[in-house]
Design a protein around this ligand. Structure first.
Ligand SMILES: *Cc1c(COP(=O)(O)O)cnc(C)c1O
Length: 406
């Protein structure tokens, strides 16, 4: 493919609204875990479009399937039955052990639907002011309701008044959850990410998950687990909460589900599967044939190629290599995560690592100011994981030395 050199527009000359601080890079194509930009420079992709490109780029089985679908039908309408919705829903029900699925197009929409389910669950029981427990450092999206559920004050700033009906608690603290909800008859749901993504790769402990499940059963609350980022095989199981052996009542999905095609889904268990009635919720694009085909084929290819095992094995290989190279350093607080969702938590802010790594040929991101986040395609090989560490480790050491934190 020829490299076309397109100058990156400055924010003032761009006609795209300036909502992102972008690096001066424009990617044009990819293959597996490698991508190339307009100048022909190549990068190893440890970002995966932010945990989206499950099967990497230009997967040889996904591409022809999507081309086939585009040639048949991209979009029909939810005025009609969509057989591919039935197929993908049945598959998600099988993988999750839950009951049925509502389809949408993004993570925030999946979470918005979950919050509507929680409110209607309460309203149907006569609770006129339902409240949902949410968490510090949580990220659930950028709509007014999902940003209100989000824990980061920077996401709230400038968008008040926030949506009411949220109670915020710290992670992994059952006593705090019990105290915050004690004697409150308005609580209808507990809502969290099994592993917080944007908040800095913060896992909920398996014990905590089991205790919250028990509390939800005891009080008739919905357990709603946002698996938008940590789900779809990223941790080595289909869904991260499965490591704790529990079942949620509501599970929003998105990011990795379509390997890059926009798709969202809310999977519901028996307690939540029949709350919405015709007319209660909907979206034009949700469940369209192209997105559904992407979901069906992503899961089919993952099963055929043993991608869950790969995520678990290569994830562990990557984590171990990071611990070997960086684990002993004074400026490295923690290296955590599961499977191919890994955070390297530094004692100093490190946002400059994103551009320095890109210069060195590696795509990654920094969240929560000081956490290097690695969420590569789940097809990454052990050799590629070694390459990630070979590029990243010297950059981290150099940064820590510059900041007097080595
Ligand atoms: C990315 C993300 C969202 C929002 O998804 P969008 O598709 O950007 O709306 C919600 N929850 C979690 C956990 C996420 O990581």
């Amino acid at each position: 493919m020829s490299a076309v050199s397109t100058p990156s527009p400055t924010p003032s000359s761009s006609h795209v609204m300036h909502t992102y601080g972008r690096l001066p890079i424009a990617l044009t194509h990819g293959q597996g875990c490698r991508v190339w930009d307009t100048t022909g420079k190549g990068y190893l992709d440890a970002l995966g479009g932010i945990a989206v490109n499950t099967l990497g780029h230009a997967h040889p089985k996904l591409v022809p399937a999507l081309c086939d679908q585009v040639g048949k039908m991209i979009h029909s309408s939810n005025y009609y039955h969509v057989p591919l919705q039935e197929e993908l829903a049945a598959k998600l029900v099988q993988l999750s052990g839950m009951e049925n699925v509502f389809f949408c197009s993004t993570g925030l929409e999946a979470n918005e639907a979950a919050l509507k389910l929680a409110r209607k669950f309460g309203q149907d029981k006569g609770i006129t002011h339902p409240e949902v427990v949410v968490y510090e450092k949580a990220f659930h999206g950028r709509s007014i309701a999902t940003l209100s559920a989000t824990g980061n004050p920077k996401v709230h700033a400038g968008f008040g008044p926030l949506v009411e009906g949220f109670i915020r608690v710290p992670l992994n603290d059952v006593a705090a959850l019990e105290k915050a909800t004690a004697g409150n008859p308005n609580v209808v749901a507990v809502f969290f990410e099994a592993i917080q993504g944007e908040g800095g790769v913060n896992p909920m402990d398996a014990d905590y998950l089991r205790q919250v499940r028990a509390l939800c059963d005891q009080h008739d609350w919905l357990l709603m687990i946002d698996e938008v980022q940590c789900g779809m095989g990223r941790t080595g199981k289909w869904f991260a909460h499965q490591w704790a052996g529990i079942l949620p009542d509501v599970m929003p999905l998105a990011k990795g589900l379509g390997s890059g095609v926009p798709i969202g889904a809310v999977v519901a268990g028996p307690k939540a599967a029949h709350i919405f009635k015709p007319g209660n919720h909907g979206t034009t694009f949700g469940g369209n044939p192209l997105a559904m085909r992407a979901g069906v084929e992503t899961i089919r290819i993952m099963e055929e190629e043993g991608i869950l095992d790969n995520a678990a094995k290569v994830g562990e290989h990557l984590r171990a290599a990071l611990v070997r190279e960086l684990g002993g350093l004074k400026g490295v607080k923690d290296i955590r995560g599961m499977g191919l969702m890994i955070g390297v938590d530094l004692t100093v802010p490190c946002s400059e690592l994103m551009s320095r790594a890109a210069d060195a040929g590696l795509l990654l991101s920094v969240t929560a100011e000081s956490v290097i986040r690695l969420v590569p395609p789940l097809i990454m090989s052990a050799a590629e994981a070694d390459e990630v560490v070979a590029i990243l480790a010297p950059l981290v050491k150099q940064l820590l030395a510059e900041k007097g934190a080595a």
